[in-house]
Design a protein. Structure first.
Length: 380
């Protein structure tokens, strides 16, 4: 039987981030006769798996003791034949995994996807940040067996800008549960709108993402939404997510008397997020930095037309028609124009919806699980 250790840095059934979605992917990977031990560094509860091939270990220590604890767990797993370790994002998880692989053998697959490095290198030197983040990352990118990212543009990005050796970069996609995220009928959408007390005649613009300076939320959101909503009086926008720019956006919304038109929902558990996709008419992703945006494939699978920036790997995710509604990361006016065009054209929204549903099938959990197995277990 194939064996895989998967290190996830945090988990909660209330989780609003992409970590919640990993559970479904592991469940699917296990169907390929893969025995998985999931190690969660920080957790509020234990995920439930149907597969008997998946074992969960919750770490209990904190600080440096957590790293030592993880190393000992990996040492014991290696004795049981677990020689492949996949680490999702966490540098604190990757370092003990790399050290264990160097001492006891095996391979480490470290996943990261995002174009934040371009903004980070512009910052002045800070010793604290260097020791806490930059130095550990240098260690990880040099000594991990494989550096995993996606989609295709991100392979070029990490080689060119982050100086990761091309020979060790692997491309793997994020997945989407196409059963959870799927289009619904008009009647079903009406029922959900009624439950949420939303005006049935309103067109819904949806934004789901973390709001932060790195993504330049405040550069895009106030201008885009205020310009659009001033012209499109039958629209309201739901903004879902947390982050350091949330309060700043809230201030701008109140400043322009837009409280009833732009609704800040805060962070919503991922397991509940699909109902907001189901009632929406258009999805927007104005972002300056991006990797493999999971919210894009979720909105595509839900049948939503989108307006997006060309950040990170976005161009590799969307189809030909949808790419006509992708603008440059610095083109705020262009973004607003595309959004208004899409809101006012039911026919265009329909064509994009059809393409996006079809395009999202590439990223179904079933397809991506097979992709993982074929990539990680090529020698078995």
């Amino acid at each position: 039987m194939k064996k895989l250790t998967y290190i996830l840095n945090q988990y909660s059934h209330k989780e609003g981030s992409h970590f919640y979605a990993v559970i479904g992917l592991l469940e699917e990977i296990a169907k390929y006769n893969v025995k998985i031990t999931l190690i969660i560094e920080k957790s509020e509860d234990t995920p439930n798996f149907k597969s008997k091939n998946i074992n969960v270990i919750l770490q209990k220590k904190t600080g440096i003791r957590r790293s030592i604890e993880l190393f000992m767990i990996l040492k014991n797993l290696h004795k049981q034949g677990y020689c492949k370790t996949f680490v999702r994002v966490s540098q604190n998880g990757a370092i003990p995994a790399i050290l264990a692989s160097k001492i006891y053998g095996g391979e480490v697959y470290y996943w990261q996807s995002g174009t934040t490095y371009i903004t980070e290198i512009k910052k002045s030197f800070n010793l604290g940040r260097y020791l806490k983040s930059e130095l550990p990352f240098k260690f990880v990118k040099k000594f991990t067996t494989y550096f995993v990212t996606g989609p295709e543009y991100m392979v070029e990005y990490y080689e060119k800008y982050v100086q990761v050796k091309k020979s060790k970069i692997l491309c793997l996609y994020n997945d989407v549960d196409t059963k959870r995220f799927s289009p619904v009928s008009k009647d079903e959408a009406t029922i959900i709108k009624s439950e949420l007390k939303i005006d049935l005649e309103s067109k819904i613009i949806l934004f789901v993402h973390r709001m932060s300076p790195v993504r330049r939320t405040m550069y895009y959101m106030p201008k885009v939404l205020i310009k659009t909503l001033d012209d499109c009086t039958d629209c309201i926008c739901y903004v879902i997510g947390g982050g350091s720019d949330k309060e700043l956006l809230d201030f701008e919304i109140k400043k322009h008397n837009m409280e009833g038109r732009i609704i800040l929902m805060g962070q919503i558990p991922n397991k509940e997020i699909e109902k907001f996709y189901r009632i929406s008419d258009v999805f927007i992703n104005p972002s300056y930095t991006e990797g493999f945006s999971r919210v894009l494939v979720e909105s595509m699978a839900s049948g939503l037309p989108m307006v997006v920036t060309n950040a990170g790997g976005t161009k590799d995710i969307i189809g030909k028609l949808q790419s006509e509604f992708m603008v440059d990361i610095d083109d705020v006016d262009g973004f607003s124009k595309k959004l208004k065009l899409l809101i006012n054209s039911k026919e265009t929204r329909g064509r994009l919806s059809i393409e996006n549903i079809q395009q999202s099938k590439r990223f179904s959990t079933q397809n991506i699980a097979k992709m993982y197995v074929n990539t990680i277990f090529t020698d078995e």
